[in-house]
Design a protein around this ligand. Structure first.
Ligand SMILES: NC(=O)c1ccc[n+]([C@@H]2O[C@H](COP(=O)([O-])OP(=O)(O)OC[C@H]3O[C@@H](n4cnc5c(N)ncnc54)[C@H](O)[C@@H]3O)[C@@H](O)[C@H]2O)c1
Length: 309
């Protein structure tokens, strides 16, 4: 029955929804990822509304974007500081902010969320926006670990729903995993691919499986590093150095965990463990749980496995 329904929706979508270019973007969540995506979208000429829960957070997001643009301008326009300033102003003009998503989605082509990694919260957000967003608007999630199909199930636009998984830091990382569920229409998938390319990124195509490509390989690796350390088989410093010098990785696993956010890593592994409790690669870690309990989330809180200034 579900299969028939999905096929029906796909047929409808491919005939009624045009593959128009994404120009106006609403990004929900102005944290590490949302602010980075907003910056890149604005810098490539898209009009962006960045949404978060308070003005205070949004001020911090805007300041972060401006700071990042300043660093880019300093390199890009080393000999022409005025041109650099002009570039910053031009990009910042493309970004507005709001604390009320429902009131800003009326003119948007894409709603992309980068909020907390929690299925119920993401479903609640998209469920409410589905009622107010225009028919043509595509919804996408930047989730690292949750099934896109489950998030989309809170809406009636399964054909116009996909995954856009960016990497941290967004302005520097070239990859975007574009995720197609069995219900995502080809027009939607193509629009998301084109949007990723318009941002100057290199998209790869993925099916809706846990962790897509990168995290399915990377998260079990980082958890193995914590387990190695928990068993007392290596200090975190030595494990980090070993992977950098021995495997040529730019960061060690503990440095990477602090960068990603230990809360995010815990959400991911707990979710996968619940899905596949027998899989030893998805076992939770007491050490990770303790750090998260203590509010030590990594770089964003000033301390994780390491202390950060
Ligand atoms: N950190 C990474 O390396 C990384 C990489 C790829 C994907 N992701 C995914 O991106 C998402 C965000 O991760 P992050 O690291 O940017 O988190 P973050 O904690 O830095 O930012 C999340 C932001 O969302 C806001 N928020 C929470 N609920 C909201 C709501 N209902 N409405 C509006 N704003 C809300 C918070 O106030 C916060 O500013 C998660 O789904 C995560 O799995 C993270």
């Amino acid at each position: 029955m579900a299969f028939v329904t999905h096929r029906f929706i796909r047929t409808i979508s491919s005939t009624t929804v045009r593959n128009a270019a994404i120009k106006h973007v609403t990004i929900i969540g102005g944290g590490q990822m949302g602010a980075g995506i907003a910056q890149v979208a604005a810098a490539t000429g898209h009009s962006v509304v960045l949404v978060d829960t308070s003005e205070e957070i949004l001020k911090k997001s805007a300041k972060g974007i401006e700071g990042s643009l300043k660093r880019i301008a300093k390199k890009k326009f080393a000999d022409k500081p005025e041109a650099g300033e002009e570039f910053i102003q031009k990009v910042m003009k493309n970004v507005t902010t709001s604390t009320d998503a429902a009131s800003v989605v009326s003119g948007t082509d894409l709603v992309l969320e980068a909020i907390v990694e929690n299925l119920k919260v993401k479903q609640g957000l998209f469920g409410s926006l589905d009622k107010v967003a225009p028919e043509h608007t595509i919804f996408a999630s930047n989730t690292s670990s949750l099934p896109i199909t489950d998030i989309a199930s809170s809406t009636a636009r399964l054909d116009r729903f996909g995954g856009l998984h960016f990497f941290n830091p967004v302005p520097l990382m070239k990859l975007v995993e574009v995720v197609q569920t069995p219900m995502t229409s080809q027009a939607t998938f193509d629009a998301l691919l084109d949007f990723s390319k318009a941002l100057g990124k290199h998209p790869v195509s993925c099916k809706d499986t846990p962790g897509f490509i990168v995290n399915r390989l990377l998260v079990p690796y980082m958890m193995e590093a914590i387990r190695l350390h928990e068993r007392g088989h290596g200090s975190k410093e030595d494990i980090d150095v070993a992977m950098k010098l021995g495997a040529g990785y730019p960061m060690g696993p503990f440095e990477l965990l602090d960068y990603v956010g230990l809360d995010t890593a815990k959400f991911i592994i707990d979710g996968w463990h619940a899905m596949e409790p027998e899989n030893p690669l998805f076992s939770p870690s007491p050490m990770l749980n303790k750090l998260v309990e203590e509010g030590k989330f990594g770089k964003k809180t000033g301390e994780g496995f390491y202390k950060h200034k």
